[in-house]
Design a protein around this ligand. Structure first.
Ligand SMILES: O=C(O)c1cc(C(=O)O)c2c(n1)C(=O)C(=O)c1cc(C(=O)O)[nH]c1-2
Length: 617
C-alpha cells in the first residue's frame, strides 16, 4: 500500500489514537446524516439521488447516484477482523461471475454467468436456502458472440419485480416473491452480434437497458421498456441520424461546438460505417432526480482499427444526459472522440455536488478508461477537470477549453507499424469495475488497472456475427510491474490519497461503508476489507476462485450486517483460465494472454456466493 505524502501526518496521529479508536470517530460536521450536509466542504450526492440507507441493496450501484455506499456500521474498523462466513451458495456455473448480489425484502438475488440463471436466496432461514431459481436458457451459440464471456452484471429490483438481461438480448421481468415470469421482451438479434451483459436500471415506470457487441460491429443503443408490460417506450441509437439518436435541437444543448450540427452521427463517419459502428451501452447508468436526467456512456466505435473510420465517430465513447421518460438527449460529451485504442466509454458517472472554487457545482465524476478522472458539470456537459490517475503515454491531457482529448502524435497507429508502449492499454486504466463513493470520508474508491500495450493495426472486413476488430494487441503491466491498483481519490483536492498495488488488474467492484471500511476482491480470490482513511488492510478471506464481482452489504432480518460477494474468475481478464487458452499466442484473449499465463496456475474456474457476518453474540 502506498500512502501519499500529505496523508502521512494523519496516519501518525491515527496510529497514536488507535487505542481509543480516535480516528474512527468523524467530527460532527462530517456526519453524513446531519442536515445541511452539502455545506461540509466535501463532495456529497444529492439526497434525492442517494436517500438514507434502509438496510436493503436493491440495485447494483446501491442508489441513483451510483455511490455504492452503505450506512451500515456494525462491521467497522474495530469489528471487521472478526468477520466470518455466514453461508455460501454455489452459482451452478463457472465462468466470470460479475453480478452484484442485491437484497430486497429479506431475499438476496443474483444472476449467474451463462446459462444466466436468476437465484432468489431466503435470508430468513439459516444457511441461505434457494427459494427459487429462474432459468433464462439462452441458446448456446450466443457464447461465441460475446467479446468477453457471457457475463451478467446483475439483476435490479423495483416494486416487487426483479429485472435482468440475457446474453441473447432479452429483458426479463420476474415476480420477486414467486419467481414467475411477468414478461420478457427481445431487443436484438444475437446472430448479428447484438448481446446484453449490463444490469437494468429502473427510473419511475421505465426499465432502462442497453446492448453489447461493439467488437462484432453491433450498432449501439439504449432502450426504455414500460415496467408494466415490457413494451418498448423508446430506443436511442449511438450512431446515425439525429432522429435515431433522439437528438432534437430544441432540447439538445451540448456545451462544446463539435457536438452542434445536423446528423453528426452520420457525417462523422465514412459512408454507411455508422451502421456497424459500435457505441454500445453495456455499462452503468446513473440518475439525477433534480434534473430528471439519466447519464449513460457509449462504447468504442467499431472496428478498433481507426484507419477504417476517419471522423469523430459521433456519438461513440462519450456520455449522454437523457430524459428517462422520452429518451431525448440534453447534452453529450466525448471522452475519446475518434477512439484509437478501444477506450470504451461506459464507466460509472457518480452524481455528486462538489465544492468548486468557492461554490457548489452539480457534477458527475467519472474515472475513465483513457486514464483521466473527469469532473463534468451535469447540467451542461462542461469539463471542469480531467486529472490523470495513472501513467499515460497515449495522450497528453484534455484541453479544458475545447473539451478535446489531446492524442500523443507519436502514438497514433499507422498501417504496417507496431506502436509500442501505449499506456493505458485497451481495457484501459479502469474497465467496467465500479467505484464507490463514501459519504463518511468524501473519497472515491477506484478498482483499476496499470497496463500498457503494443498495438498493430490490420485491415478487417465486416461479416455479420463475427469479430470486427482489426488489431493485434499485446498487453503487459505498466510502470512498477503491478498490473492493478485499488486507490482512494479525493475529488475536492483532485489527488490520489492512497493506493494499494495489486499484482493483477483489479476487475471487481468496491463498496464503502459508514463503518469506515471499504471492500474489494482481487483476481487471486482474496476478498479484502481496508481502512477507508488509510488503505491499511484490516481483514481478508481467500475465496475459491478469482473475484471479478461487485460486493454489497445489507442488514439481514436478524438485524445483523452482512457482506456478500460472488467469486468466480473470468470476464475479459480471466478468460484465459475459464477457456483454458494457450498463452503462447501473445495476442490471444485480445492481447491479455501475453501476460495472464501465470493466472492459470493461481486460480481455477468456479462460481460461488460468499456471505459474511460477525459472529452472532
Ligand atoms: O463494446 C462492447 O460492446 C463491449 C461489451 C463488453 C461486455 O458486454 O461485456 C465489454 C467490452 N465492450 C469491453 O470493452 C471490455 O473491456 C469488457 C470487459 C468485460 C468483462 O466482462 O470483463 N466486458 C467488456
Amino acid at each position: 500500500m502506498t500512502l501519499h505524502r500529505s496523508w502521512i501526518p494523519t496516519l501518525v496521529v491515527c496510529m497514536a489514537l488507535a487505542v481509543t479508536g480516535g480516528c474512527n470517530r468523524r467530527p460532527a460536521a462530517n456526519d453524513p446524516s446531519r442536515p445541511g450536509r452539502q455545506a461540509a466542504g466535501r463532495a456529497m450526492p444529492p439526497a434525492a439521488a442517494s436517500p438514507k440507507d434502509d438496510g436493503q441493496w436493491i440495485m447494483p450501484a446501491k442508489d441513483f447516484a451510483n455511490t455504492r455506499y452503505s450506512e451500515q456500521a456494525q462491521i467497522n474498523k474495530q469489528t471487521v477482523g472478526r468477520l466470518q462466513v455466514a453461508f455460501t451458495v454455489s452459482v451452478g456455473a463457472s465462468g466470470g461471475q460479475e453480478s452484484s448480489p442485491i437484497v430486497a425484502q429479506n431475499t438476496l438475488y443474483f444472476v449467474s454467468h451463462y446459462p444466466t440463471t436468476l437465484y432468489a436466496i431466503d435470508l430468513t432461514q439459516p444457511g441461505g436456502p434457494v427459494k427459487w431459481r429462474y432459468e433464462t436458457r439462452p441458446p448456446a451459440a450466443v457464447q461465441g458472440e460475446m467479446c468477453c464471456e457471457p457475463v451478467n452484471r446483475g439483476p435490479t429490483y423495483a416494486n416487487g419485480t426483479v429485472y435482468l438481461n440475457t446474453p441473447d438480448t432479452r429483458t426479463v421481468a420476474i415476480d420477486a416473491t414467486t419467481g414467475a415470469l411477468k414478461w420478457e421482451t427481445r431487443l436484438g438479434d444475437f446472430t448479428r452480434g447484438d448481446t446484453m451483459t449490463m444490469a437494468p436500471f429502473v427510473v419511475g415506470d421505465k426499465v432502462i437497458v442497453g446492448n453489447s457487441g461493439a467488437e462484432f460491429g453491433a450498432r449501439g443503443w439504449i432502450a426504455a421498456l414500460n415496467a408494466a408490460d415490457g413494451s418498448i417506450a423508446w430506443r436511442a441509437y449511438s450512431t446515425g441520424p439525429d432522429v435515431d439518436v433522439k437528438i432534437d435541437p430544441k432540447v439538445f444543448k451540448p456545451f462544446y461546438p463539435q457536438y452542434k450540427g445536423k446528423d453528426l452521427g452520420v457525417s462523422q463517419w465514412p459512408t454507411d460505417a455508422w451502421k456497424i459502428g459500435g457505441g454500445t451501452v453495456w455499462g452503468w447508468i446513473s440518475y439525477d432526480p433534480e434534473q430528471d436526467l439519466i447519464f449513460h456512456g457509449t462504447s468504442n466505435p467499431a472496428p478498433w482499427n481507426h484507419l477504417q473510420r476517419p471522423g469523430d465517430n459521433h456519438w461513440t465513447n462519450g456520455v449522454f444526459a437523457r430524459e428517462p421518460k422520452t429518451g431525448l438527449a440534453h447534452w453529450f460529451y466525448a471522452y475519446s472522440p475518434h477512439d484509437l485504442w478501444d477506450h470504451s466509454g461506459v464507466n460509472e458517472n457518480i452524481v455528486l455536488d462538489l465544492p468548486w472554487q468557492g461554490r457548489t457545482r452539480k457534477v458527475i465524476i467519472r474515472p475513465e478508461r483513457n486514464g483521466y478522472i473527469y469532473v463534468l458539470d451535469r447540467t451542461t456537459g462542461e469539463v471542469l477537470a480531467a486529472d490523470p490517475f495513472i501513467h499515460i503515454t497515449a495522450s497528453k491531457g484534455v484541453d479544458l477549453k475545447t473539451g478535446r482529448l489531446r492524442f500523443n502524435p507519436d502514438m497514433i497507429p499507422q498501417a504496417g507499424k507496431v506502436i509500442r508502449g501505449v499506456c493505458p492499454n485497451s481495457p484501459g486504466a479502469k474497465d467496467w469495475s465500479p467505484s464507490a463513493f463514501s459519504k463518511a470520508t468524501g473519497l472515491i474508491y477506484v478498482p483499476h488497472n496499470n497496463l500498457c500495450m503494443d498495438w498493430e493495426t490490420k485491415p478487417v472486413n465486416y461479416i455479420a456475427g463475427t469479430p470486427y476488430i482489426g488489431v493485434n494487441p499485446r498487453f503487459y503491466p505498466g510502470q512498477g510491474g503491478n498490473a492493478g491498483e485499488f486507490m482512494a481519490w479525493d475529488p475536492v483536492g483532485r489527488r490520489k490519497v492512497w493506493t494499494i498495488k495489486e499484482r493483477w488488474p483489479v476487475w471487481g467492484g468496491a463498496v464503502a461503508t459508514a463503518g469506515g471500511v471499504v471492500f474489494y476482491g482481487n483476481l487471486e480470490g482474496w476478498f479484502k476489507a481496508v481502512d477507508a482513511d488509510t488503505g491499511q488492510e484490516l481483514w481478508k478471506f481467500k475465496t475459491g476462485s478469482g473475484i471479478i464481482g461487485q460486493p454489497t452489504t445489507f442488514r439481514g432480518p436478524d438485524g445483523r450486517q452482512y457482506v456478500a460477494i460472488l467469486s468466480g474468475v473470468g470476464g475479459w481478464v480471466g478468460s484465459i483460465v475459464t477457456r483454458n487458452l494457450d498463452p503462447r499466442d501473445p495476442t490471444a484473449q485480445k492481447g491479455f494472454a501475453n501476460m495472464t499465463g501465470e493466472l492459470k496456475k493461481i486460480t481455477q474456474p468456479g462460481g460461488m456466493l460468499y456471505v459474511f457476518a460477525l459472529p452472532a453474540t
